[in-house]
Design a protein around this ligand. Structure first.
Ligand code: ZN
Ligand code: ZN
Length: 366
């Protein structure tokens, strides 16, 4: 992974954001920038330097993993170590003698901020930074796309386990268990989120995580699942029907499938994510189901299961080649049923490539 290049580009973005340094505490951002996969540490990026602060538990791991940044091991909490380092080493005179240290407003806790502020020299000012790393992470490089592709393939293989396990009377949690066991056996680091197996009336819950409810003799089962492989997440949804689908069930399923395909067809560079969302909504509007589509059309996926951009109405972010997003419209009729279909796609020079290899024909489990 091009950790050095990522740090260089971030250093170049500090000045235009009126920052002298950025303190990175969000672990996926740290992993993206320097390769560290442990669970405690903080990365300080200034215009000239990159330093990674962690504690003695991570000495060996940090030395092996961290690239492009100097590893500093301290016994104290990393934020205090950063403040002390700045007190001792801050020679650069920033704007009007002040040194502006950017912090990640979405990730630094209130307690962390006070600890930091209490230990900093008085001429260092904390400033909430724009989401510079999240923005960089939106566009994946070739190596990241390969990892995402591998995660998607492993994840998609679990759908076969679901198809074998789904039978009337089997608990949703048993279906999830079969899938999760297979995921570990096939090399997944872990699941990328709690597996959703939502059957019967529960399929109307967009986030119906697998429960001990038995699968009914007839109705939809929404299966939404993914794995993390080599750090990168996969995410897909397929909805199957147990029993013989009624015409009404088929109609709803086809409406969602058409909406999903319309949104996929809208993905190309230069188009805004709001327009992609609108493409799905327009189709459901035509079928009188748009009011039952109660969430956004998709989200970015990478080191995190949900990352920028949000593919939602009113969002103006423009698609660029290398972005990886989900397309997952759904229709939910409370007390009755729900259907969702989700693929991961990568934006290409001319359009997009659907990474998820699984068919979207309605599968009926007799
Ligand atoms: Zn999903
Ligand atoms: Zn998703």
């Amino acid at each position: 992974m091009d950790h050095k290049g990522r740090q260089k580009r971030l250093q170049g973005a500090l000045g235009p954001s009126r920052l002298d340094g950025l303190l990175v505490v969000h672990l996926p951002n740290i992993r993206y920038l320097c390769g560290f996969t442990g669970s405690a540490g903080t990365l300080l990026i200034t215009e000239e330097k990159s330093l990674f602060f962690t504690d003695g538990r991570y000495t060996t791991q940090a030395r092996a993993e961290v690239q492009g940044a100097r590893v500093v091991i301290r016994r104290k909490p990393p934020l205090v170590a950063v403040a002390e380092w700045l007190t001792a080493n801050r020679r650069t005179k920033g704007h009007k003698g002040l040194w502006r240290l950017g912090i990640e407003g979405e990730h630094l806790t209130v307690a962390g901020r006070s600890r930091l502020a209490g230990a900093l020299p008085s001429n260092v000012r904390l400033k909430e930074a724009p989401p510079l790393v999240e923005e960089a992470r939106m566009v994946k490089d070739a190596e990241e796309i390969e990892r995402l592709r591998a995660a998607v393939m492993l994840g998609a293989g679990l759908f076969d386990c679901a198809l074998t396990a789904i039978r009337p009377g089997v608990k949703e949690a048993e279906v999830a268990a079969e899938m999760e066991y297979a995921a570990r056996r096939k090399g997944a680091d872990q699941m990328s989120f709690e597996t959703i197996i939502a059957s019967g009336e529960r399929s109307a819950l967009p986030h119906g995580r697998a429960s001990d409810a038995p699968i009914p003799a007839a109705g939809f089962v929404v299966c939404d699942f993914g794995v993390i492989l080599a750090g990168y997440c996969s995410d897909m949804t397929r909805t199957v029907y147990v029993g013989r689908p009624t015409d009404e069930a088929r109609g709803v399923y086809e409406a969602v499938r058409e909406a999903q395909q319309a949104a996929v067809a809208a993905v190309r560079p230069g188009v805004s994510v709001g327009e992609v969302d609108g493409a799905a909504r327009k189709l459901l509007q035509r079928n009188g189901l748009v009011r039952n589509f109660t969430h956004s059309t998709g989200h970015g996926v990478g080191l995190e299961i949900h990352e920028a951009p949000r593919v939602a109405s009113g969002q103006t972010e423009t698609l660029h080649p290398g972005m990886v997003i989900t397309i997952e419209p759904g229709v939910y009729i409370p007390g009755k049923w729900g259907v969702r279909i989700e693929d991961m796609v990568v934006v290409t020079e001319r359009g997009c490539e659907v990474l998820t290899p699984t068919s979207k024909e309605l599968i009926a489990i007799a």
